[in-house]
Design a binder for this molecule. Structure first.
Ligand code: HEC
Ligand code: HEC
Ligand code: HEC
Ligand code: HEC
Ligand code: HEC
Length: 341
């Protein structure tokens, strides 16, 4: 346990006897933060000790690597975000979800911003710590830290994600509102069902030996899948066609758990075509799905084309972060052929 505590101590710049044990350490860190002095500071969450993912990584290396690969770890350093801040008269109004304190401590409201270690963005502690205890799905006992089983991590709860993803702010659209209005929550679906892949593993390792500690358990990967993963993004679309004797109906469905896209800076160029038996193009339709003309939950683009032997859909992902529009490549390409008679 020594590496964990010494790391924490180094970071908190405190000298507390290591032998004091985890509970004491948590309490001592708390006290050192003091009370807010100005009104700006009053909005900030100072009650978040242990805010160093590298300290958690000692025993949770896999969760750390996954988190590091996700945009949640980049939410402060993110280039597009930093550029957007420069144009804000009160950039502090943009801090809460990008450098949050304890999210659990504020549910169901959005979090407050924190003061320290902004570079860690949405840190382990933001999602797991409340009142100096580590909250998780099992509440397993460990000497490493006090642990609480929390309904927020139970199957079927999306509360944690919703707190930051339900607000329309800056370029961000309120996706969690779409999800809540859909039939998905009643069917037991959560944000995690689509965005965090299922895995089975031990939750922790011994920091000295690197060997797994505790039984294997069912969990989910912290490598949040999103539109920056082209293959995942492709799952948002589904082409269907009805080949009639004198016309063809094409539909391109939204399969995400909310509207697409979720960011005003993102758009999808859709090209639908109909072809004859030799492959000659008979009909073409171009459409743009954007923040302002989004495709709602369960909605589809639908068109009527002439009688055809095959139809194609091609979706290109476009991103605009202030310096023109960037082509992020084709994320969905599909051909459907008319059934042979
Ligand atoms: C209520 C929580 C919240 C607040 C407050 C907030 N954001 Fe965000 N921000 C988000 C979420 C959630 C995303 C991810 C949205 C997505 O990918 O669809 C995001 C993403 C972004 C991105 C896109 C980053 C990228 O590269 O994809 C930018 C830029 C951004 N926010 C700017 C701002 C600005 C400017 C403000 C202040 C006006 C702000 N944010 C305040 C929650 C918030
Ligand atoms: C955006 C919020 C969020 C952040 C940030 C986050 N977690 Fe989690 N974590 C979750 C959720 C949600 C679950 C439950 C997943 C499930 O349904 O099994 C979880 C589960 C866990 C578990 C138990 C199950 C497992 O996967 O092993 C551990 C341990 C854990 N997290 C550690 C960490 C560490 C360490 C970090 C930082 C490197 C971190 N978490 C960052 C949301 C978060
Ligand atoms: C010294 C090693 C060590 C350090 C450092 C550590 N943990 Fe843990 N953690 C454990 C062990 C051991 C378990 C329980 C494993 C088991 O029972 O399967 C655990 C369990 C968890 C769980 C699951 C709780 C549940 O519901 O059962 C979460 C979440 C978690 N830790 C988060 C964190 C976070 C966040 C940090 C950093 C602030 C951290 N841990 C630092 C060793 C550590
Ligand atoms: C503390 C606020 C907060 C919480 C809690 C939170 N998010 Fe986020 N999320 C953000 C912000 C901010 C971004 C944008 C980061 C960036 O692009 O810089 C984001 C980005 C994302 C993205 C886009 C990722 C990509 O690769 O483009 C997805 C998907 C996502 N979050 C899902 C979730 C899920 C699922 C949960 C619950 C387990 C969750 N979020 C919890 C604030 C939050
Ligand atoms: C049925 C699966 C599914 C569910 C459930 C779901 N999503 Fe998504 N989500 C997707 C797909 C597919 C995309 C890619 C499409 C896109 O980026 O517009 C996506 C994209 C996103 C993005 C990035 C949007 C953008 O354009 O930048 C965020 C943020 C996000 N989801 C958050 C959430 C949150 C929070 C929840 C729960 C309230 C949730 N999702 C539930 C499938 C799902």
């Amino acid at each position: 346990m020594v590496p964990f505590f010494s790391l924490l101590l180094e970071n908190a710049m405190l000298s507390i006897p290591i032998a004091a044990g985890p509970l004491f350490l948590f309490a001592a860190l708390m006290v050192s933060f003091g009370s807010p002095s100005t009104s700006e500071e009053a909005l900030q969450d100072k009650a978040l000790p242990l805010d160093n993912p590298k300290a958690c990584a000692e025993c949770h290396p896999r969760q750390y690597d996954e988190w590091k690969s996700s945009l949640h770890s980049q939410s402060w350093v993110d280039e597009a975000y930093q550029r957007a801040l420069k144009h804000k008269r009160r950039p502090q109004s943009c801090y809460a979800c990008h450098i949050p304190g304890s999210v659990l401590g504020r549910l169901p409201k959005r979090p407050r911003s924190r003061v320290e270690r902004k570079e860690h963005g949405i840190s382990c502690s933001s999602c797991h710590i409340k009142e100096n205890k580590v909250h998780g799905p099992f509440g397993s006992k460990t000497e490493a830290h006090p642990t609480v089983q929390s309904p927020v991590f139970a199957k079927g709860s999306s509360e944690l994600c919703i707190s930051c993803h339900k607000t329309k702010v800056g370029p961000v659209l309120p996706l969690a509102k779409d999800f809540l209005a859909s039939p998905l929550p009643k069917k037991g679906k959560t944000c995690m069902s689509c965005h965090m892949a299922k895995i089975e593993r031990s939750m922790a390792v011994d920091p000295k030996t690197g060997k797994a500690v505790g039984p294997k358990r069912k969990g989910r990967s912290h490598a949040i899948q999103g539109p920056t993963h082209p293959k995942f993004l492709g799952h948002a679309f589904l082409l269907e066609a009805v080949f009639g004797p004198d016309k063809t109906i094409l539909t391109l469905k939204n399969r995400a758990g909310h509207r697409i896209p979720g960011l005003l800076m993102r758009a999808f160029q859709v090209v639908l075509t109909a072809h004859d038996a030799k492959g000659k193009t008979l009909w073409t339709k171009k459409s743009l799905i954007s923040g302002k003309a989004s495709l709602g939950f369960g909605e589809a683009l639908s068109f009527e084309a002439p009688k055809a032997a095959a139809v194609k859909a091609e979706v290109t992902h476009l991103f605009s972060a202030g310096r023109g529009i960037k082509n992020m490549g084709i994320v969905y390409a599909k051909t459907l052929k008319a059934p042979k008679k």
